[in-house]
Design a protein around this ligand. Structure first.
Ligand SMILES: Cc1cc2nc3c(=O)[nH]c(=O)nc-3n(C[C@H](O)[C@H](O)[C@H](O)COP(=O)(O)OP(=O)(O)OC[C@H]3O[C@@H](n4cnc5c(N)ncnc54)[C@H](O)[C@@H]3O)c2cc1C
Length: 259
């Protein structure tokens, strides 16, 4: 508990060993993956040497606003997060904030878009629409960005920070490395039978799986889990007869004695 499953290996005897980030190993005849949407990661722009300046002037979220106050700051994006932070820094910083967006249609609330226009008129925001940052440069820290704007020559601007705020996307993370068949960032399962993956003995239930008609609803996921657990029971107890029992009729006490 409190550990992250990082690897799953099939053994010669057909069982599986799941290894966590702490090195703990669990061995079992079958595995049910219920990892939800995994972890969320920021959507990153396609800029060649971006990783070289991550946490060295390029940040994907604002953890400590003070860090960016009175700095040469550029923000990219068109959603609420990008506009809310642009407005915050424009209102609180002594320097204007650059806001860069690929089109001139914003996804953020209309109130925020109106406020951006007001602050632009006051010279607190430098707004670049139909524009993209395509190159970043610097030494040990980010020093400049290259701004490409439609029908204009690219220009290099000296900055302290660039915040590409393009939202978050769910990532399977470690689960995505298990050599399981992945579609649309989710694990493909056999929805006609028991939500088994392409690896026999490994099942995936809940938000982590995908199949035609998938609904990410708790009700549906109870059904998926029930069918997967039933199949696991048969793998664990190949010689035992499975008998369906209703808790409403007999309760769950002494269940083991009758099966
Ligand atoms: C805003 C919102 C409202 C919703 N409202 C409803 C509703 O009204 N009715 C309804 O039916 N559904 C609703 N849903 C959907 C429902 O919440 C999900 O379908 C359900 O919670 C999915 O359950 P899960 O167990 O698959 O995933 P989760 O609940 O996401 O649980 C997955 C768990 O696995 C853990 N995990 C991930 N990767 C690893 C790893 N490698 N190792 C170990 N642990 C890991 C995560 O930390 C997490 O604890 C809503 C969803 C949202 C976002």
């Amino acid at each position: 508990m409190g550990e992250r499953a990082e690897n799953i290996e099939k053994q010669e005897d057909g069982s599986f060993i799941v290894t966590t980030n702490e090195g703990t190993q669990h061995q079992a005849p079958s595995v049910i993956i219920a990892g939800g949407l995994g972890s969320f990661e920021p959507r990153k722009p396609l800029v060649e040497n971006l990783p070289a300046f991550e946490k060295k002037g390029i940040e994907y979220m604002v953890r400590e606003p003070k860090l960016f106050l009175n700095k040469r700051l550029f923000i990219s994006g068109s959603g609420d997060s990008a506009l809310d932070w642009t407005i915050y820094f424009a209102e609180n910083s002594e320097l204007p904030v650059g806001l860069v967006h690929r089109s001139d249609m914003f996804r953020a609330h209309k109130d925020s878009v109106d406020r951006v226009c007001q602050l632009q008129e006051k010279g607190k925001i430098e707004l670049y629409t139909h524009a993209e940052i395509k190159k970043v440069s610097g030494g040990s820290q980010l020093e400049s960005i290259e701004l490409h704007q439609k029908e204009r020559e690219p220009k290099t601007i000296d900055v302290d920070y660039w915040l590409p705020l393009f939202g978050l996307s769910p990532k399977l993370g470690p689960i995505g490395n298990l050599r399981l068949e992945i579609e649309k960032n989710a694990i493909k399962v056999d929805h006609t039978l028991n939500y088994q993956t392409n690896t026999p003995g490994v099942f995936a239930v809940g938000d982590v799986n995908t199949y035609p008609g998938k609904l990410k609803l708790i009700l549906c996921e109870f059904n998926e889990t029930t069918l997967a657990v039933q199949s696991c029971y048969k793998i664990v107890n190949p010689d035992k007869k499975f008998t369906m029992k209703y808790t409403t009729v007999q309760g769950v006490k002494d269940f083991e004695k009758v099966v």
